[in-house]
Design a protein around this ligand. Structure first.
Ligand SMILES: [Zn+2]
Length: 460
């Protein structure tokens, strides 16, 4: 039964692969048109959002909470941020378009080959060649973005009083980020390519297992080794807040192992809280900025919301969703893996698509370009799901009798972060993983006091 399904699927894939490998299809043209269409769509939704920044009154739900001055500040900040996002969007699109138009992908591939020859490595080491090519490609697309990052931190955020970083810290952060990307990214890419090479046409399940293993190990590696490179986490001192958080965790059976404060204020005054860890040993992290700006009960209410995410297994559900997306992406990739038309339309020798050892990396990158416009759709679907999760976590906090504290905490966070008071619905669905503040307050006000969670807990 399973075998016949696999055989049927393989048949469909090879038929689709033959259809897609048509010299008449100009993939380069297709990518250029679709990325411009995607950019045009993003410009369109920014245009829908801009009038929100010219409104003179806050939305009714926030009227009693936002002073006139804060409202104006939030409007100006949001407008500046959107202006920046629009310029960056156009810049990135022109950069990506330029790279394709000048034949950058094929050009960098042959340049990497020359470098390998000059150091005596020869061109038959396909994986080394691919790693060098990816490094060159990543540098040529990310280095032009550095001035933008600098501007965002030291001009835009600075102007609105959010920036706490220094130039030295920013340079160190950039160096650390690039080093980490190389130390983690290159071995993972090498493993990725090697698995496809070894597994042949049945690479999808093996690659899925490999990538899942990487994601799970990053859950351990990130907080233990990576985050400390950027931030300092210290145990939350004994006191009312610590006692209340510990009480909440034990009331809900949350396996709290460590409770940390993070020095988010080192770089920015934006604030937040989150949890992470293995199923039996969890860590909660609270931003020092959140503690500074909120009352003890408000911070506890924010954590009540976070524990709602844990209670409903939201992180696990998101992991399953990303795995399904990955499965779909890799299955479609297996249609394109030997596509000669794709290689040749970007200036590569089409025989590279079929002769061994095949530089799979080229095929995968070009395939990513073809697939890129579907990102917009994925974003909409994912945001619809994460919004549902936010409402559910808010309701969880309400069931813990923390509704009023959560509402005031969210309003304070909104004010501290100077989030945009008004939002266009389409803009919000595309860009925001969370519902807007008026939406969340409205949903909490509509909550009728059902207690599903506590009912279950009382029986314990
Ligand atoms: Zn949340």
């Amino acid at each position: 039964m399973t075998n016949s399904i696999v055989a049927a699927l393989e048949g469909v894939i090879s038929r689709l692969a033959a259809l897609a490998d048509n010299p008449k299809i100009n993939y380069q043209q297709l990518v250029i048109i679709s990325t411009w269409l995607q950019t045009a769509f993003e410009v369109y939704i920014i245009r829908r959002q801009v009038p929100c920044y010219h409104r003179t009154e806050p939305p009714p739900a926030l009227k009693n909470h936002l002073s006139g001055e804060t409202f104006k500040k939030a409007q100006v900040y949001s407008k500046d941020r959107t202006g920046f996002a629009l310029s960056k969007l156009m810049f990135d699109q022109l950069l990506g378009w330029g790279l394709i138009k000048v034949g950058g992908y094929a050009g960098l591939w042959s340049f990497a080959g020359k470098v390998m020859n000059s150091v005596g490595l020869g061109q038959n080491r396909v994986i080394t060649h691919s790693l060098l090519w990816m490094t060159l490609l990543t540098l040529s697309t990310s280095i032009p973005g550095l001035p933008w990052s600098y501007y965002q931190t030291f001009v835009l955020e600075q102007k609105h009083g959010f920036n706490k970083s220094t130039v030295k810290l920013w340079i160190m952060d950039t160096i650390k980020t690039y080093t980490l990307a190389a130390v983690i990214g290159l071995p993972v890419l090498a493993g990725f390519l090697r698995i496809i090479e070894l597994a042949g046409k049945n690479f999808v399940p093996w690659l899925m297992l490999f990538l899942l293993g990487i994601q799970l190990s990053l859950q351990i590696v990130y907080p233990t080794f990576i985050q400390p490179l950027f931030n300092k986490l210290e145990p939350l001192p004994q006191g009312e807040l610590r006692t209340k958080v510990e009480e909440l965790a034990s009331q809900l059976g949350f396996p709290l192992k460590h409770l940390y404060v993070i020095d988010g204020s080192k770089r920015s005054s934006h604030s937040n809280a989150y949890f992470y860890g293995l199923p039996w040993s969890k860590h909660i992290v609270i931003y020092d900025t959140l503690i500074k700006d909120s009352s003890v009960d408000e911070v506890v209410a924010v954590l009540g919301h976070e524990l709602g995410h844990w209670y409903y297994a939201h992180p696990t559900k998101l992991l399953v969703i990303t795995q399904l997306h990955l499965l779909l992406t890799l299955t479609i990739f297996s249609i394109f893996i030997h596509n000669k038309a794709l290689y040749s339309s970007f200036g590569f020798d089409p025989s590279l698509a079929v002769t061994a050892p095949q530089p799979i990396c080229i095929g995968f990158m070009l395939f990513q370009l073809v697939l890129e416009p579907t990102d917009a759709l994925v974003k909409f679907l994912l945001h619809a799901e994460t919004r549902r999760m936010e409402y559910q976590a808010d309701e969880f906090a309400a069931e813990l009798d923390k509704k009023e504290d959560l509402k005031s905490a969210l309003i304070k966070l909104h004010i501290t972060n100077l989030s945009s008071p008004h939002n266009d619905w389409l803009y919000s669905m595309y860009h925001h993983s969370h519902p807007t503040l008026p939406e969340r307050l409205g949903a909490m006000d509509e909550w009728k006091g059902q207690k599903r969670v506590l009912k279950g807990k009382k029986e314990l």
